[in-house]
Design a protein around this ligand. Sequence first.
Ligand code: 4AD
Length: 464
Amino acid sequence: MEKIDIADLYRKSGTLEGKTVTVCGWVRTIRDSKALGFIDLNDGSGFKGVQIVFEDGKIGNYKEVARLNVGTAVSVTGTVVLTPQAKQPLEIHAAELCVEGASTPDYPLQKKRHSLEYLRTVAHLRPRTNTFSAAFRIRSAAAYAIHTFFQERGFVYVHTPLITGSDAEGAGEMFTVTAFDLDRLPRRENGAVDFSKDFFGGHTSLTVSGQLEAECMAMAFGKVYTFGPTFRAERSYTQRHAAEFWMIEPEVAFADLDDNMALAQDMIRSVIRAVMEKCPDDLAFCNQFIDKGLLDRLNHVANSDFARVTYSDAIEILKKENGRFDYQVEWGSDLQTEHERYLTEQVFKKPVFVTDYPKEIKAFYMRLNDDGKTVAAVDLLVPGIGEIIGGSQREERLDVLERRLRETGMNEDAYRWYLDLRRYGGAKHSGYGLGFERLVMYLTGISNIRDVIPFPRTTGSAEF
Ligand code: 4AD
């Protein structure tokens, strides 16, 4: 018997009338009267479930099936009946209904709407709900669209290490990796752990960014991108920070900051278009139940240019509104989420690139501008979230980079290899990092990063 995904059932419905098919999935709802019952069966292949009609006499185990609990796994063989007048365009009339795995009455996902907070406590089961199945299918489609975008443009997908000896951002927010219990490692005279006796013979951490290694690869392939897990030990109890998240980091040789912004805009618009095409039902659900303006916003963004403003001009705009902010801004302040959201939601009302930040609040590798005060940095801010991309033109001048390393108190020796890129055929180059979860938040309207990651790791939480 042909086993078919429910999504394919709808796609091919025109050719399936009267055909016998087998579908497998989990019972979302079940009701029955004396000799006739209905199951809403969902297999996760698409947003819609399929209605299974089961009748006493037509299946041999009617009584057993009528008593099934929500959450049970079943396989059903039956006839496809088109029902153009009904809410759902087709149903399956069961000839055989096999219980693959029963569920119990205390199944944590009942028919009522559960709160997102409650569903976080059942992260192992929540992918079976409408909200999470939509979110994770959109996540999958977005990941594929990102690969397609870069692959079609000749970028080479590179894999950068997760365990690293250098701090790519110089922000000291790394998780230490050690093969042994820290207490068992010897101490130096000053009491510090002696990592030279550890597995790698030196201090190692989980990566905060693959950028520095991506720069090496860009200096060989011209255009590269990474797409992998990233780890940050920031103690940020916010809705948009996770300790483990995925980042996409393109790096392009012979490209300046303008090229960087053009690439980021093309990528975001292309991913939005691809997801709208691939997941219309999931997006329609998000638009109806999560964020009413979602589809209008995505449509608009997919077809319009993003705004641009320099950091200095942004500060002038924000200073006039200092009264409304928890954190007052002045030139030199780091922008907080409230400032980012004000700029993108109230001032520009669309995604906005903010460029040329003060060097003191940005990483050591960003190219120093001629004013000696700012660097060729760019952040992309979007409504509802704030920053989703951070990038820059990289400092390609060896002497300036060495000076910046010293100024920022970094250990120059640990970055010898990085400096070599400037010694041997260094070239102007640029890149950025897109926070994948923040993109998925933007695509779904979901406001908490914990709800776009199957098993989120945030401060104080790594339960599942
Ligand atoms: O601005 P960030 O720190 O930039 C970098 O890491 C650069 N090395 C990127 C590059 O130029 N190749 O981070 C980039 C993006 C942010 O804009 C944000 O979307 C995301 O990564 N991000 C986080 N997402 C979730 N949780 C966190 N704790 C994040 N920290 C950064």
